[in-house]
Design a protein around this ligand. Sequence first.
Ligand code: ATP
Length: 346
Amino acid sequence: MTAAVSIAGLNHWFGQFHALKDINLEIAAGEYITLLGPSGCGKTSLLSVLGGFIDPSEGRVTIDGRDVTRVAPAKRPTTTMFQDYALFPHMTLADNVGFGLRMAGVGRSKRRARADDMLALVGLADSARKHPHELSGGQRQRVALARALAVKPQVLLLDEPLGALDLKLRRAMQDELKAIQRQVGTTFVHVTHDQEEAMAIADRIIVMNAGRIEDQGPPAQVYQQPASLFSADFMGEMNHIPARADGNGVQTPFGLLPSAAASHGTSVACIRPEALSLGDGPVRIGAAQVKDAAFFGTYSRVHVVPDAAPDLVLVANLPPNVVPKPGTRLNLAAQSDAFHIFPIGD
Ligand code: ATP
């Protein structure tokens, strides 16, 4: 079961506080969407509007072409999986997974068959008779997912579903979650504040900031061509280089960048640490002195002070075979299309 979702002209106020601002979003059937942003940006509020737990002040939500804006949560083709996914401790896993079906009046044998299928889907086929306390955190999370999918929602809404897991398990579960979503084909809308999780899992990332959609697109696009300075910074580390845009291009301490910004005035030229490289290139950062360096397995993270901008400290992710000592002199360069220019006003 899967369905397209459409959000049009959505605004929501909690009292005087404008929590969701002019949200318009089309989600395709079967798409895996992550809502990504810092704490308080409105991710959970938007998910709650989709699930029917918040009646929006303005705007319209349609699922599979049906206006559900004022439809109660239980009557929507959605299921919400909260971070605190509390399984019933006294019930077996099969009964936990079949619980929603029981509430819907589905008979015992059908419930049991569906629960078995769902437990098999999440890799717990042999555990139907176990109780939640016999499971690890990751296994409990899988049961919660099986329970949410058992009722065949057209849209599954997940609020920080991996938030309670340790980092390693979290990364492993991301892969599983994506694989399961591919298998069932249900539309998933997944809230997270973890950009690595969003990149690992999403077909499309929706970056939110202060109640607005700030950027959106496939992970590579949002990372490589962020639409705003906020999105650029939120999606990963960025070096900020002071710059000034005029009719000819963008002037920086490292020369004129040909990738001219449309606007004029004070700007910031951003470049990711991995886009700085040793040696020569179209944009010459030039000689720089190492402040410190650390080995990170697949790369060395190096802080350098460029001669051309002694007030600036740049972070460069260099090959791991180079872990230069403080004081070492390096020569750095970059491709001109690696810079992202954002106006910051005068
Ligand atoms: P987090 O990652 O911390 O859960 P979030 O991005 O999900 O954050 P929301 O929970 O959607 O953010 O909250 C958005 C803003 O709306 C916050 O400033 C929050 O304080 C406010 N807010 C949320 N729910 C209510 C409410 N019921 N009444 C008043 N303000 C609320």
